[in-house]
Design a protein around this ligand. Structure first.
Ligand SMILES: C[S@@+](CC[C@H](N)C(=O)[O-])C[C@H]1O[C@@H](n2cnc3c(N)ncnc32)[C@H](O)[C@@H]1O
Length: 285
């Protein structure tokens, strides 16, 4: 376990992932009924952009920092920028909120979050961050195993019918991670079929993802949408050229809600040869 998200916090991949995450949470909040979120790979929850790690890569300068001060942005992006701003002094981003913090900030009193993290230091930071928030449980455990142990969600004898599973692994085994992820997605669909499920994936060479998407398309999974941002052509296996989110069972009209963000991401975060994609790989008829 060498991966540390502090090196990457606020980069183009976080911008895409967290904008989509917040849009899903907003869709869940359209109903009063409580929802549950399982964040399987949570990280430490909050990142200082002045840290040695962040300064070493400077990745946030190609991500969140490029969006600051831009007028007339579409709703999903302004929503995301407001969420980041609520953790920062006016007009600057010194701290970048990770997925569990964004989720907790978006939740209401009745909603619940369980966040899993397997790195001992990251998990300890995360526990401290949420030590006073009764709505959030932090588990120092394998997020994939938590799916088996915690779904369908039941807390204090309350069953949660609505919610989200966010899966954001570090992909240290690269493409070899996908067969395991496929099994995990199928398991989530069996255990908690009503849930939305969002998987983040890196794109180096997009063609390497095709077998995984074909498997999803030919599985009993009912609906699957992919949303991608490539900041440059996907021609090198050596660097992160872009990333995507695979959404299973997306909220109603989610494609239309998120679409306006993509050309703006391409224009503001992209380099030469940037592109975006919004595509149903499986759609309920
Ligand atoms: C990409 S980072 C998470 C970033 C976070 N989701 C966010 O958006 O702010 C992946 C995290 O997963 C942790 N991790 C790696 N393997 C894990 C596993 N099997 N279960 C839970 N966490 C794991 C790593 O330590 C790392 O902090």
């Amino acid at each position: 376990m060498n991966y540390r998200h502090a090196y990457h916090a606020g980069n183009h991949a976080d911008v895409l992932k967290h904008t989509i995450l917040l849009a899903i949470l907003d869709a869940l909040k359209r109903k009063e009924t409580a929802f549950f979120v399982l964040d399987t790979h949570a990280g430490r929850g909050r990142y200082l952009l002045s840290s040695q790690e962040s300064q070493k890569t400077g990745e946030s300068s190609g991500g969140i920092l490029r969006l600051l001060g831009e007028p007339d942005l579409p709703l999903p992006i302004t929503r995301y920028l407001h969420a980041v701003a609520s953790d920062n002094p006016v007009g600057s981003v010194l701290v970048y909120p990770g997925s569990p913090l964004l989720i907790a900030q978006a939740m209401r009193d009745q909603d619940r979050l369980t966040a899993c993290e397997l790195h001992p230091e990251e998990a300890a930071e995360l526990k401290t961050l949420f030590s006073r928030d009764q709505r959030v449980a932090v588990h120092f455990r394998d997020g994939y195993e938590a799916i088996k142990a915690l779904l369908p969600p039941r807390i204090d004898s309350i069953r949660y019918h609505r919610g989200l599973v966010l899966i954001d692994p570090p992909y240290e085994a690269q493409e070899a991670e996908f067969p395991r992820i496929f099994t995990v997605l199928a398991d989530i669909q069996t255990r908690w079929p009503q849930a939305h499920c969002a998987l983040w994936y890196p794109i180096k060479q997009r063609r390497n993802l095709r077998p995984f998407f074909r498997k999803i398309a030919s599985s009993p999974i009912k609906s699957a949408l992919i949303i991608e941002l490539l900041i440059r052509p996907d021609d090198s296996p050596l660097r992160l050229n872009g990333s995507g989110m695979l959404i299973l069972n997306p909220p109603w009209q989610f494609d239309a809600a998120i679409a306006p963000a993509l050309p703006v991401f391409k224009r503001m975060l992209g380099e030469y040869g940037a592109s975006t994609r919004l595509e149903w790989i499986k759609r309920e008829s």
